[in-house]
Each structure stands twice: as C-alpha cells, then as structure tokens.
Design a protein around this ligand. Structure first.
Ligand code: NAD
Length: 496
C-alpha cells in the first residue's frame, strides 16, 4: 500500500470502518493523473451493514423522536460547518474530479443554503383537516417520511448531487445510505465527518464507497430500502428503475440530456455567445444540462458561429486548481475515450469541425486528459452527434428558419432536461417556454440552479424533481386518518 496516499474509511452507523473484506481502491487526481487517496471498496456485506444502520436509526433511537424543528436545527448546524470548511471541501473536489476551483468555490459556498432552505421547511410539513362529506366523521391528512433512502450519485458534481438528495430527504425525517461515484468519493466522506461533528444520531447518514455493481446494486435491491435518489447515466437509471420496481420503491432519477440553446436573430448576440459558451465549455461540458446543441436562426448563423469560435479559442485550459483556468481536464478515462469517439462519429457523419476536434496537447495541460473545445457546424438534428449525450466540450450548431422549426428541432430529442432561449422579443420569451418539452427553460441566461427552483427532466432525462418545495414531497408519503364520532356503527355491509 502506498503510504503517501490519504487513507479514508467509510461511515456506517456512526463508526469509521473498512470494507468487510478489507478491499480498497485508489482515487485519481485527473490533472496530475496520479492516485491521491485510498478508499474502502465496499461490497454486499457493507451494503447490508449500512442499510441495517439506517433502518435502526429510522425505526428507533434519537432521530424519530426529534421534533421537526430540532431536525431543522441540526441541518442548520451542518450548514454552518460546511460554510466553515468550504475552501477545504472545494479543493478536495477539484483534486478528485478536476473541476475548476472557481466553479467549485461557488458551488460549495452555495451548499449551506440548500440545508438552510430545507431546514426551514422541516417544521412546515403540514397536513390538512378535510371537510369530508360523511356524517359523524373527522378526517385529516399528514405527511410522513418514507424510511431508508439510498442516494447514488454521478462524478461530475459530487457534493451538490448528494446534497440535492440529503437536504430534502433528511428535513422530511428519512435516513440515508449515500453511495458516491467510484471516481469521486472523497468529498462524501468529508461531508460525513461534518454530519458527525454536527451531532446527527448514528445511522442517519451512512456513506459507503465503491463500485456500482458491487455495492450500488445490493443497496438498490435491499427490500428494507424505501426510496432511491439517483443521478447518473440513462443506462444506470434504467437498471435502478428496474430493480426498484421489484419492491415498488420510490425513485427520483436525474439522468442525461441533449439540451438546445436557441438563438433568435433579435437576441443580444454578445450575451447569446456567452450563454452558448457557458452551456458547453463550462465544467468541460461535463454537465447534465450542457447546451450541447445550439440552434441558430439562419439569418445570423454564419456570424454567430464565427463569434462562437473566436470566443472559444480564447478559453484558457490548464490546472483546475488555478483561478485563471477556464477549461479543465476530463474527469475519467472512459469519459475521455467517449468524447474522442463522438468527435470521430461527428466527422464521419459529415459535420464540419470548425474548432478543436482533437485531444489537447498544450504544455499547460500537464499530464491531464484534455479535449480541445470543439465546435461542429452544419450539423443536422438527425445525426448521432445531435441526438446522443457526449458529456464533454463538443458543441453542435444547427440552423433553423422560424420559431416553429426551432421548437420542432429542440423537441426532436429523446431527452428533455433543459433549454435556453435567446431573444429580445417579449412574446417569444413567454411563448417558447410553453412549447419546449423540457423540465427547465432559461431565457436570456443559461446554467443557473437554485435550491429554491425545481430541477429535473422530461422524457428520458428522468423522473421526479430535486430542489424547491417539490423536492421535499419526493421524500414524503401521505396518510389519511378517519375518526368516527358516531355513537353507533352503521350497516357493516354497505360502504361508508
Ligand atoms: P453512471 O450511471 O455510470 O453512474 C452513476 C452512479 O451509479 C455511480 O455512483 C455508479 O457507481 C452507480 N451505479 C452504476 N451502476 C449501478 C447499479 N447497477 N446499481 C446501483 N448503482 C450503480 O453515471 P456517471 O457516468 O457517473 O454520470 C454521468 C451521467 O450522469 C451523465 O449521463 C449525466 O448526464 C448524468 N447526470 C445527470 C444529472 C442530472 O441532474 N440530471 C446531473 C449530473 C449528471
């Protein structure tokens, strides 16, 4: 074992533990291309151990006895600790997934707000007294937690994707087993340390690290689990949904996208260029909401593509820990291969590569796996490069004639996560969002998220919503309670 590497343990039932069989795996710094930490490689036994702990915490002990406002206070305490450690957590995320320090600072600094928002909702989960249309009957509803929830996350924004699930789910009174991506697990264990410091009862949050097939699948299959909150690929989502169906588990699925950024001729083009760039080159295009198709009105198409290329050419690649870097490395080796494969597919389909189109071999890229910011023009929407998710810095530019055609092209996708609309026409700004079959529409802006606003997709982009009041409902179930005030029970053979 390399003793220079940071050694992590998992967090189960309030204890810091190794995998049951002692197995470990290394996590890689994508810029240095070197391992920097060793983590437990959990398996079936560890999954069962974590669900045991979460079940015990849900069904007994301190957690279910806590008043909702006390749960809220714990979440506030956690928020304060994350704020205290924000810089350290941001640096760890950059080291583990190669995202820019500027991006991670902003993201981690925002995480406490998620916990504060849902902490505030914890004691506002109100039922209702219903004016029921039955004689001598009192009826009320209440909303109760689901039980043990499993959160399984992707590697591209590890902490944010975990917090999207934990904050509403814990506020609702559930307990959790978190399984982060095998590529980026360190920050989840760092977060667990803050849960311990905040004083959450043992077993309320458990973190197991390892591979999807080895520890993710047994978690999903465990009959004691009530809900899976999943962020990841479409194929991963299918496996989760199928396994969850066997026990009728609740699911939230946040999957992929092929989002369209639609630029009308009346748009402020400087802003639209920045919006298109942020949609595809920020975070090296490794975001589910990547605006990977830019649809441009034919009257401005050539000029717009030229301006996009000129702007993208100035993007500074390099060490993601440097604040001046704008495009970092690709996080994982399989993802790097996938991006290069799609660049070749686009070329073979006849798309015209007007920028990039190759691995980046600049000195400032060090040992990291970088791809040049890549722009394809003359893309037709039927091409694979316009239909399939690349999850990298590869943009397809497509032209359209009028509003109807723009909407038709944007909606001609198996996905339905997000869309951008760039226009100075108020009518369009109001009408287009109604016609786009996606869960999120940004008008004259792109890639904004907030704990206050529901996030999720239509079609193959997923099921359910994270963030906003909708998110806490995803972690609750409704009970209807009937109380008879009649002196005598009526005819038992007739429905009341
Ligand atoms: P992935 O599906 O390969 O893995 C996601 C997680 O699922 C990982 O933790 C993995 O270990 C686990 N997993 C894999 N197989 C499993 C199984 N059989 N049972 C249980 N768990 C299993 O996805 P990825 O490559 O990590 O992430 C990239 C994808 O995530 C992209 O498609 C992207 O669009 C999507 N994504 C979506 C959102 C969103 O909110 N919509 C956000 C970020 C990423």
């Amino acid at each position: 074992m390399n003793s220079d590497l940071q050694q992590y343990r998992m967090y189960i039932g309030g204890e810091w533990v190794e995998a049951a069989d002692g197995a470990t795996f290394e996590t890689i710094d994508p810029y240095a291309q070197k391992p920097w930490a060793v983590l437990p490689r959990a398996g079936k036994l560890d999954a069962a151990r974590a669900v045991d702990a979460a079940s015990r915490a849900f069904n007994g002990g301190a957690w279910p006895k806590l008043k909702a406002s006390a749960r809220g206070l714990l979440l506030h305490r956690l928020a304060d600790l994350i704020a205290r450690d924000a810089e350290r957590l941001a640096r760890i995320e950059v080291r583990d997934n190669g995202k820019l320090i500027n991006e991670m600072r902003a993201q981690v600094a925002y995480l406490p707000e998620y916990f504060r928002y849902f902490a505030g909702l914890a004691d506002k989960i109100e039922g209702a007294v219903l004016p029921i249309d039955k004689a001598d009957t009192f009826n009320y509803t209440c909303h109760e937690p689901l039980g043990v929830c499993v959160a399984i996350t992707a590697w591209n924004s590890p902490l944010l994707l975990a917090v999207n699930k934990l904050a509403p789910g814990l506020a609702a009174g559930n307990t959790f087993v978190l399984k982060p991506s095998e590529f980026t697990s360190a920050s989840a264990l760092e977060l667990a340390k803050l849960f311990e410091e905040a004083g959450f009862p043992p077993g309320v949050l458990n973190v197991v690290t390892g591979y999807g097939g080895e520890v993710g699948a047994p978690l999903v299959e465990d009959r004691r689990v009530a809900k899976i909150g999943f962020t990841g690929s479409e194929t991963g989502g299918q496996k989760i949904y199928e396994a969850a169906a066997r026990d009728f588990k609740h699911v939230t699925l946040e999957l992929g996208g092929k989002s369209a950024n639609i630029v009308f001729a009346d748009a402020n083009l400087d802003n639209a260029v920045k919006g298109a760039i942020s949609g595809i080159f920020a975070a090296t295009g490794q975001t589910c909401v990547a605006g990977s198709r830019v649809l441009v009105h034919e009257s401005i198409y050539d000029e717009f593509v030229e301006r996009l290329v000129a702007f993208a050419r100035t993007a500074r690649m390099g060490d993601p820990q440097e604040t001046t870097t704008q495009v970092g490395p690709v996080t994982t080796p399989p993802q790097y291969e996938k991006i290069l494969k799609y660049i070749e597919i686009a070329k073979s389909e006849g798309a015209r590569c007007v920028l990039g189109g190759s691995p980046a071999q600049r000195p400032e890229c060090g040992a990291g796996q970088f791809v040049e910011p890549t722009i394809f023009a003359d893309v037709r929407n039927g091409m694979r490069i316009a239909q399939e998710e690349v999850f990298g810095p590869v943009l397809s530019c497509i032209r359209f004639r009028d509003d109807d055609e723009a909407v038709e092209i944007a909606n001609d996708s198996l996905y339905g996560l997000a869309a951008g609309v760039w226009t100075s026409d108020l009518r369009r700004a109001l009408e287009l969002p109604k016609r786009l079959k996606v869960g999120i529409v940004w008008v004259n802006m792109y890639r904004a998220v907030s704990y206050m606003s529901p996030f999720g997709g239509y079609k193959r982009s997923g099921l359910g919503r994270e963030n906003g009041i909708d998110a806490i409902r995803e972690y609750l179930q409704t009970k209807s309670v009937w109380i008879s005030t009649a002196q005598e029970t009526p005819d038992p053979f007739v429905i009341r």
